[in-house]
Design a protein around this ligand. Sequence first.
Ligand SMILES: [Zn+2]
Length: 371
Amino acid sequence: MSLKVGRLFGVDVRLHYTWFFIFVLLSWSLAWGYLPVGYPGQSDTFYWGVGAVSAAMLFVSVLIHEVAHSVVAQRYKIKVNSITLYFLGGVSETAEEAHTPDAELRMAAAGPLTSVALGVLFYSAFALGGAALPAAVVAVLEYAGYINIVLAAFNLIPAFPMDGGRVLRGIVWGRSKDVLSSTRTVTNISRAISFIFIGLGLLDTIYYSDLSGIWLLFIGLFLSSSAQASMNETRVTQALTGVTVGEMMTKDVKTVEPGLTLQQLQDYALTPTKHHGFPVVKDGELVGLVTDEDVRRVSPELWDERRVEQVMKGMKGLVTVGPGDAAVDALIKMAKAGVGRLPVVEGGKLVGIVTRSDFARVIQERLKFRS
Ligand SMILES: [Zn+2]
């Protein structure tokens, strides 16, 4: 869904595909609507050129905003995997959440503060250089100043998943010392704010029937779904805190031999157990993982000749975990790899397996216990 465009401070920078569409749309609306009003009597080249450069300035501004988040995150030893840029913001994908309220607050505030600083900088340049600079430069500076203030304001809405919501959680968490309860508080505030946006959007659409109402509605719906998702995520993380893979894995693992034919695998393993996959073990060592999908990729006439070792996923590229790993990390690993089970390996030997249903069971038990 996104294209890698470069690397900054050791972090991959990606552009979400919608960005290209937004870039064209924004250049067009600047060239036809915004610029001819503020700068009348200019050529088409001026409008299109300034429009495109201004749209690119939005990209640069969002990028600097995200890099600010990443730099602060890295200062708190939180690894940032990638930055993906969307229209009015980006997502810095971190390997983990902030460990302290202070880290959360500073990481979240870094982006909007940087945008405010950029906004003030561009506006000052616009105001001071207005008479001396060419009109095209002045127009770009004015737009860049404006867009950075909009970025800061939009991202400071105090609701998840905006920076403002995280700043607020950092503050509440710092006072209550309880991440779960502060997340719940901010989630409730987020929900209230999302209803305000939806309400204003509806009123605006009914009374003025213009497009800004649709925008408000859209933001409101986005905030309300994100608030719920964020709550669920935190509950899951909390439920798994302190649990290791070794405590929740299935130790008695059914394994298969690499020399088995696919027909044998189907008849003696997949069908009777209804399991979707098996670790492949040779002389006690894990050599791969075979799933029903691997079997289904081969046409059934060939099942008698093809062997497990020919279709299985070998150790290269196979995601495994250790029994001492934190359950939360294993869940993230599983989600990132897009698989439903992870072999648990210690010293090359298979000691167990964790599946999605193991996680579901543990999370459910622990949530019940807590509430
Ligand atoms: Zn941000």
